[in-house]
Design a protein around this ligand. Structure first.
Ligand SMILES: N=C(N)NCCCC(=O)O
Ligand SMILES: [Zn+2]
Ligand SMILES: [Zn+2]
Length: 334
């Protein structure tokens, strides 16, 4: 049996009342009960949310190790230890806005085209309620339908892409929808504001120099993993903020942006990555940007140890959620 502290309150009318926060971990042990993100209420318990945390258990687009279909639930499990006040941003994200767990999108694992359509339709439905999305992947293929959905609402968006990889390749085995190609498709479809596209944490071997030439022609700027080390997180965050300005911003975080020491549980690991401390600090430096939705992808728990990767991913999603909640509270205050 669950305790009273886990029972839903009365449903919250759209836009009304105080946000319902997480289960109180001083009353109900944090390891008890179902694992929603940060022990927040389910979306159906609160009716409507300012930020909807949604899982996309889909990994049919991978080119190497499979298993990111289990990433969302691993992040939810690891997120049991998150607490309601975020000192690094001096904010209580779940009090500033209603954040709720919208469950998983049921994407067809045997048909990528159909899965991409299903993911977009589900994202459209959530965005149409007025929510911003905090998506827990899934492999990086899912960024394409998410960007389609966000661009349908906001027009072409600024993109901040944290990843070891460019993910602007053309095709694999002739396939257009894969985890290495979402941002080329998004560029071709006009979903991106090409004056504000950045990769952060890029590193590792490529197929050829042309990969970089193509990427630059699409408008991307690159802050490599070594750049972050040499220049430091504050300068990097400042440069990113300047580039983004007040454009609607989509943030896509492939957990393999972290060094394999910080994120072993992923499908295409590359040496020489960011530390989790660097990633979290750069994200905190984005306060004030108009982040309209975000994803954390490529967590593959089968290769993880001691939840290293899913803990890092849960804190990453927590910082992103805090940024969105602060933005929502700020725009409410006028
Ligand atoms: N999006 C991720 N994680 N990886 C893309 C790697 C593509 C490749 O195998 O070359
Ligand atoms: Zn990657
Ligand atoms: Zn990626």
């Amino acid at each position: 049996m669950t305790s009273a502290a886990q029972q839903p309150d009365e449903p919250r009318a759209p836009g009304a009342g105080r946000p319902r926060g997480p289960v109180d971990s001083s009353r109900v042990p944090r390891y008890a009960g179902p694992a929603t993100f940060a022990r927040l209420p389910r979306l159906d318990e609160v009716g409507t949310a300012d930020v909807a945390v949604v899982g996309v258990p889909f990994d049919t687009g991978v080119s190497y190790r499979p298993g990111a279909r289990f990433g969302g639930n691993a992040i939810r499990e690891a997120s049991r230890l998150l607490r309601p006040y975020n000192p690094a941003q001096d904010a209580s994200p779940f009090a500033l806005a209603q954040v709720a767990d919208a469950g998983d999108i049921a994407a067809n694992p045997f048909n990528i085209d159909e899965a991409v359509e299903t993911i977009q339709a589900a994202a459209d439905d959530l965005l149409d309620t007025g929510a911003r999305l905090m998506t827990l992947g899934g492999d990086h293929t899912i960024a394409l339908p998410l960007l389609r959905s966000v661009a349908r609402k906001h027009g072409p968006v600024a993109l901040l892409h944290f990843d070891a990889h460019l993910d602007t390749w053309d095709t694999y085995f002739g396939a257009e929808y894969t985890h290495g190609t979402p941002f080329r498709r998004a560029f071709e479809e006009g979903l991106l504001d090409t004056s504000a596209l950045s990769h952060v944490g890029t590193r590792g071997p490529l197929y050829g120099k042309k990969d970089l030439d193509d990427d630059e022609k699409m408008g991307f700027g690159i802050v490599t993993s070594a750049d972050v080390m040499r220049r430091g997180v504050d300068e990097v965050a400042q440069q990113l903020r300047d580039r983004i300005g007040d454009r609607p911003l989509y943030v896509s975080i492939d957990i393999d942006v972290l060094d394999p020491a910080h994120a072993p549980g992923t499908g295409t690991p590359e040496a020489g990555g960011l530390t989790s401390r660097e990633l979290l600090e750069i994200l905190r430096g984005l306060a004030g940007c108009r982040m309209v939705s975000a994803d954390v992808v490529e967590v593959a728990p089968a290769y993880d140890h001691a939840e290293i990767t899913s803990v890092a991913a849960s804190h990453t999603a927590y910082e992103l959620t805090t940024l969105m909640s602060r933005g929502i509270a700020g725009s409410r205050a006028g």
